[in-house]
Design a protein around this ligand. Sequence first.
Ligand code: IMP
Ligand code: MG
Length: 181
Amino acid sequence: MNKDIKQIILTSEEITRITMDIAGKINKDYIGKNLVLVGLLKGSICFMAELMKYIEVPCKIDFLAVSSYEDGTVSTGRVNVLKDMSMPAENMDILIVEDIIDSGNTLSFIVDLLKAKKCSSVEIATLLDKPSKRQKQVSVKYIGKEIEDLFVVGFGLDYAQYYRNLPYIGVLKESVYSEQK
Ligand code: IMP
Ligand code: MG
């Protein structure tokens, strides 16, 4: 285990099992629809790559890049669009693929942004959810696992752009971010 991780909350095997479960539901819910998986960069890359392997209905993929944390561990509430979708969203059934929902600020902003593009539907699939931190209510159709208010990294999730490459998700030792402040 990486020396900066204090506890593993999801092993790579558990992530696969949870992801296959979500894909199974999507495969039923999106029969006959125009599914586009829209991953939020960069955090969703591992979950997106895992999820799409188990999707059996026709689907396209795209990415959106936004920033809101600005290298800290607490949401700033400000969302900037760094990269918009690269294909038309009109009449498509968009499923936003996200690593984790915390305050809900990022997703509520993105849902409004996508709805303005006149797509047929917008839903959310997230690997992790921290419901205790919610500031804006967003309706999330697929949730992998609810976690407490802990700062986690790995499987796409970062701290100051590091740790995204870990194959599991773990709690970062507080000493790592207190040292850098
Ligand atoms: P929200 O706008 O507060 O819901 O923030 C969501 C975004 O913040 C996610 O897409 C993540 O990129 C990031 N984030 C939230 N919690 C964590 C965490 O525990 N570790 C790493 N990134 C996080
Ligand atoms: Mg993210």
